[in-house]
Every structure is written in structure tokens, then in C-alpha cells.
Design a protein. Sequence first.
Length: 374
Amino acid sequence: MRNKINTLLVLALLLGLALPAYAQRTHVSSKSENDEWMMNRAEDGREFHVRIKGKLEFTDDYSDIKTMPPGSSLRIEDKFHSLTRKLEITVDATGQPRRSYSVQGQAHDFDSEARQWLSEMMLEAVRQCGYDAQRRVARLYERGGANAVLAEVSLIKNDYTKRIYLRELMTNHQLDAASARRVVQVVAREMSSAYEKRQTLSLLAEKYLDDQQTLSEFSAAIATIDSDYERGQALAVMMKRGPLTTEQLKGVLPTVAGISSDYEKAQALIRIVKSSPAEAAALQSFFEAVNSIDSAYEKARVLLTLLTAKPSGEALKLTLASAARISADYEKARVLIQIAGLIKDDETRRALVEVARSIGSEYERGRVLSAAFR
């Protein structure tokens, strides 16, 4: 019997190696409800299903079960090409685990080979679907600190489970600045889901953005988020920590300019105005972002917010130049009237009158000129 099983294993392995890498297609799903957890994983040539009922505790290498409360159970079915294995573990009347293991439908001893198989299956369930993640992260951290956890995260194939592991790491352990930066780098380089990226970065921002280098890495990671909404939300979290330095603003503003949605871009710029008034060195980058807004309404919203912050003379001139690009007469007039109330020199007043001449509506133009010479 043993020779037959070994032959089947070798055949299954050879068939797996024969499959070209580009043909591999993987689907993983899991769910947890009513104290029951299920996982289904399928890829070319292999599928397996895991169902866990109750709160089981496994040995560190997942080769066996440590504790099993009454009423709990574990069921695994693994089909690899022509080889099928099944395992069911339940609790008997004395409270001891009872194992039922079969290969190709034939009962088989739960020997060292079976334990190795169980370990591989459970490690896959833990790693790819997040089962037992809290204990897994705790064990990894105990062995090798944050580096061990981050190394494990790099082996995880889906962003949802990566986020779970990173959440456990940041929530239950205090990271030094270097480790926090590594988390940001993992998010930027190894995660593709905009939502999962933003969720993970937001959690990190709660504790680790006081370090300036980490903040710079954080800003760079935001630029890798490919959803305007999620990028805007990540920027909002960043703004909450307090004013940004000029250098930080210069790093963030190109990221804002890269947002394609006029609304989300305007929202981000308004947050920047309210939390970190741009210093002279960052003004050029700020107005480059403003001028990339196509919507007259959204551009006017940003400029009007800036004007309420009582900008410097240089910022006022740049605001006037930006207002000249607004296509809608009403929105342009709104901004110019606000500028008129802040002008303190004749040169800027003459520049405003020149811009007012580009307004097609006589009514709106008259409103601006009246405000300019009040």
C-alpha cells in the first residue's frame, strides 16, 4: 500500500512540474461565520477544501492539533491530479481527538507523512487566507521580530491577507522607525489593491508618522495607489497628523497633481491649504496641481479656500494667474472679487483688471471691476 501511495505522489509531482508557469490559475476563497471557518483553494491540477469548527489550537508547525474543545472538528479534502486525500478530526466521548485519514478512499494510518501533509495544508490556509493569523504573527514575531513577519507577508499572495498580517503586527507590537518604513515599502511594492493599501497605510499613520523619513516613505506609497478616492483618503489621514514641512509638501503635491478626478484633487488641495499653508518654496508645486484641475467649479473652490487663509503677496499673484485660466465667467468672477478685497498694491490691481477683461459676461465683469475700485 505504501509503495502504491508513493508512486502516486511521484506521478502527481511530475504532472505538476510539467504544467507551464503561465497556465497556473489560482482561486482562493474563505469565510467565517457561527464559529466555523471554511477555505476553498483551486489551481490547475489541484484543489483543496478546509472546514474548521470551533477554536482549535495547532502545534507551531501545524503538523497536529494541540487542543480541541468539545464539538469542534477539522475536515480537509485535497485533490492533486489523480491523488485524493481526506482527513477528519473530531472529539470523542473522552475529549480526545479522533482522526479519520484516507488516501484514494482507502483508510490510512495518520503517520509522519500524513502529519507533513497536514502541516502543508494548514500552513497554506494560514498563510493565504489568514486563519489563525493572530497566533501566527505572534509566533513569527517571537522568533524573529518584525523582519520575520514581513518576510512571511512577502510569501502571501493576496492583499487582503497581507493586510491582516500587517494589522496584527502594527496593532500588537511596537515597531521601530526602520520596521515602520519597511511596512510602508511592503505596501507600496507588494500590494496592488487600492483599498487594502489605503487601509494598511491608515493604520500605520495612527502611530508611526512622527518619524520624518517614514513620513516621506508614506507619501511615496500614496502615489502608488491607483484609485483617486483611496489616494485622497490616504492623503487625508496624512494631513491629520499636523502641518507638513516645505519639503514634505513638495513631495506630496506631485502625488495630488496625479489624481485624475477633479473633485478628489480639489478635496486633497483644500485639506493641504487648511492644514499646511504652502510656504514660498512649495507655492510653485501647489499651483501646478491647482492648474491641472479642468473643472472651473473645483478650481474656484480651491482658490477661494486659499484666499480665506490670507495668502502672501506672492501667493496672491499666483492665485490671480490661476484664476485667469478658469473658463466659466461666474466662477472666475467669484475668485477675482475675493482677490480684489485683499489687494494692497496698484500693480496687482492692474493685473486683476486685465484678467477681468477676459470675462465674457458684462454683468460678471462689472461686478469684478466694481470690487477692484471700491
